[in-house]
Design a protein around this ligand. Structure first.
Ligand code: OAD
Length: 234
């Protein structure tokens, strides 16, 4: 295997599926049971905040009770043991990367275990349910406490850092994402344009399959540890 120096990893819901968290677009996925427009947009929060909060309250409860799987652990090991740099960019709002030990991590779609005050922008760790009557302890206004997640129509976090990392990477690995949601789905093209080798590790071919130089299809807990072992032993 070629020797690489700078790796960017992009992860999605398929990585956490075997930890027990639902994906979005698989059969029986989250978007088969809920309309995006009703629960994951700023307009939905303005129209019916409690429905939006309830949707994320349920997801926060699930996220608190799951554990990292072998694929999260392998990616954390890659970061720890790889002699070059490794940056992990995740679309997942669950805490499983950090619980597995990954440190150089960008949660581009936010974090379910944090709350954000829509009035003043304050962010805070949050483990309990959010309700519409909560008062922000920074600005003391009620009604603005929302999950610190990025909704459709909002800009994902830390995009400048992500594009900088892509511009400098020589290996881009995409794990467990269907490649449907931009800008995340466009990151592989940026990496390719920078000359990086691109690899997809997913249960099935993603929407962006043609952008990848190599694809390994299978369950994350099987293909990710195997791929990481190969990288570290090369
Ligand atoms: P999706 O649900 O769209 O895609 C999950 C991908 O993981 C699919 O291609 C599955 O085939 C694959 N998969 C399922 N189980 C797997 C397993 N055990 N091992 C490996 N792969 C598996 O989820 P994302 O691509 O992450 O955004 O979705 C992207 C964004 O769309 C999310 O961050 C979320 C959602 O709407 C927002 O809410 C803003």
């Amino acid at each position: 295997m070629t020797t690489y120096e700078r790796i960017v990893i992009l992860t999605g819901a398929g990585l956490s599926a075997e930890s027990g968290l639902d994906t979005f677009r698989d059969q029986n996925g989250i978007w088969a049971k809920h309309n995006i427009e009703d629960v994951a947009t700023p307009e939905a929060f303005a129209r019916d905040p409690q429905t939006v909060l309830d949707f994320y309250n349920a997801r926060r409860r699930s996220a608190r009770h799951v554990r990292p799987n072998a694929a999260h652990v392998a990616l954390a090991r890659l970061e720890a043991d790889f002699p070059g740099s490794v940056i992990t960019v995740t679309q997942n709002i669950d805490p499983l990367h950090e619980w597995a030990g990954t440190k150089n991590l960008i949660h581009m779609h936010g974090e379910i275990l944090k709350a954000l005050c829509a009035h003043c922008g304050a962010r805070k760790p949050w483990e309990e349910d959010l309700t519409v009557d909560l008062v922000c302890d920074t600005c003391h206004r009620a009604g603005g406490m929302r999950p610190d997640v990025v909704w459709f129509g909002e800009m994902p976090y830390r995009m400048e850092e992500i594009y900088d990392a892509l511009g400098a990477c020589d290996l881009f690995i995409s794990v467990g994402t269907s490649g449907n949601v931009y800008p995340a789905a466009g990151l592989v093209a940026e990496a390719r344009a920078a000359g990086a080798y691109t690899v997809e590790l997913n249960l099935e071919p993603s929407e962006g399959i043609s952008m990848f130089a190599e694809a390994i299809h299978g369950k994350a807990t099987v293909v990710v540890p195997a791929y990481v072992a190969k990288l570290l032993n090369s």
